[in-house]
Write a protein that binds this ligand. Structure first.
Ligand code: SDX
Length: 394
């Protein structure tokens, strides 16, 4: 209540770094960006405004927001030479592979981004990155389905522009549905930052070597791709579909998840920090209901997801271990309903997390005392020993 967060000494010993960007209370299920609860931001803000809040530390004034939005609008094109990169990828290339390599390649087209200490250049690099990732992501989808690339439209808002690049075709315009744009804003807001998770820690570690923003973010994209991290949203939908194909008996899969020898985990369940319901999952679950009823979609996977949640949350194994649905459990259901293929789900996570990654890279980069990340280890190998020649070896 006093605004001061009292840290448990045990926690302080494990904390890897301090930051003022995002606050999580895993016990209470609380998430705030720069002190503002995500519930308020999800309801009242937009993704562009939340990106500004995370990166620059305050809600933008009208002028700041207008300037930032204009920057994002005017930097959405990628260099025409970068279009040729797509010709080299097979149509089966995973869009996360394309996203990470294309983001890193941006550094070849904007060498001024190398100077991480030039604040003006950093700001323009941030705008370029936030704007162009939509184009890169949409082009990777179009490549995978053999459709022509659709260029950004300056008349459209950030999320509407992305949806248009994804789903419009030359033969007919894509009708922008403002309710769908609002849901996409919500999803991106809820993914925007999450403290020192695996991918954000990767961005901070790479950035601590003074690697440029594009290279640091490309590393974060690769970390997020992991199925135990951001890749889980794709795995959740594939798991739910497997349960559907198997007849929909969720208790069988709950039982399997309890059997360690099976190696099976309920994807979208559990969290390193939340030992309560992930506040993001709560909001996404409500949004999933709204989107599917608005679109008139009866997705059997949503019913299975609800049954699976109910079965797990009433099972002592999950209750004792405080395993709840996390951000990935329901998000894929919405992406599916919006028409995204499953292999784009983690790209959507990356688009959402981008402002958080940028904010952490910037916060660290501006903290002069930051030393290069160089974790030590506990050595468990052989004690000193001598070389054995090949002849003497068995
Ligand atoms: C994200 O860090 C972040 O903030 C990440 C993220 C973000 O916004 O950046 O929130 C995004 O990555 C969400 C997590 C997405 N991943 C998944 O949904 C994959 C499935 N979940 C698990 O792999 C797992 O829950 C982790 C990786 C998320 C956390 O693993 P931990 O740290 O091992 O979890 P834990 O220590 O709380 O596990 C306690 C017990 C263990 O069993 P015991 O050793 O006590 O017998 O619960 C078990 C775990 O084996 N367990 C699960 C389980 N998750 C943990 N058992 C079955 N199914 C699961 N999903």
């Amino acid at each position: 209540k006093t605004g001061h967060v009292v840290l448990d000494p045990a926690f302080v010993n494990t904390a890897s770094t301090s930051s003022s960007i995002c606050f999580i209370d895993g016990e209470q299920g609380i998430l705030r960006y720069r002190g503002i609860p995500i519930e308020q931001l999800g309801e009242k803000s937009t993704f562009v405004e939340v990106a500004y809040l995370l990166i620059y530390g305050h809600l933008p004034s009208r002028t700041e927001l207008a300037r930032f939005s204009t920057l994002l609008t005017r930097h959405s094109l990628i260099h025409e030479d970068m279009k040729h990169f797509y010709e080299g990828y097979p149509s089966t290339a995973h869009p996360m592979a394309i996203l990470s390599s294309m983001v890193c390649s941006l550094s070849s087209f904007y060498p001024e981004a190398m100077d991480a200490d030039n604040r003006e250049m950093v700001d323009i690099t941030i705008a370029r990155l936030l704007s162009k990732v939509r184009t890169i992501a949409a082009f990777s989808y179009k490549k995978s389905i053999g459709q022509p690339f659709v260029y950004p439209q300056n008349s459209l808002s950030y999320c509407a522009n992305f949806l248009n690049m994804m789903f419009s075709v030359p033969a007919e315009p894509y009708e922008i549905d403002e309710d769908i744009v609002k849901v996409l804003n919500l999803l991106l807001i809820l993914h925007a930052d999450h403290e020192q998770n695996c991918s954000t820690s990767t961005v901070r570690l790479v950035g601590s070597a003074k690697a440029n923003l594009f290279a640091s973010i490309a590393a974060g994209i690769c970390a997020l791709w992991g199925p135990l991290h951001g890749g889980a949203n794709q795995e959740v939908v594939e798991m739910l579909d497997e349960i559907r194909k198997d007849g929909g008996d969720v208790s069988k899969f709950v039982k399997l998840a309890k059997d360690k020898s099976s190696g099976f985990k309920l994807m979208g369940f559990g969290h390193r920090v939340y030992k309560n319901y992930d506040p993001r999952a709560k909001l996404i679950k409500v949004a999933a209901d709204k989107v599917l009823s608005k679109l008139g979609i009866k997705d059997p996977l949503l019913d299975i997801a609800r049954k699976l949640e109910e079965a797990a949350l009433s099972d002592p194994y999950f209750v004792e271990r405080r395993l709840y649905p996390n951000v990935d459990f329901y998000s894929g259901i919405i992406y599916r309903a919006l028409g995204f293929p499953t292999n784009m789900f983690t790209v959507m996570f990356a688009l959402g997390r981008l402002p958080g990654w940028i904010a952490h890279w910037k916060e660290q980069n501006e903290n002069a005392s930051t030393k290069i990340g160089r974790p030590r280890q506990i050595y468990t190998g052989a004690t000193e020993t001598n070389y054995i020649s090949l002849e003497e070896r068995s």
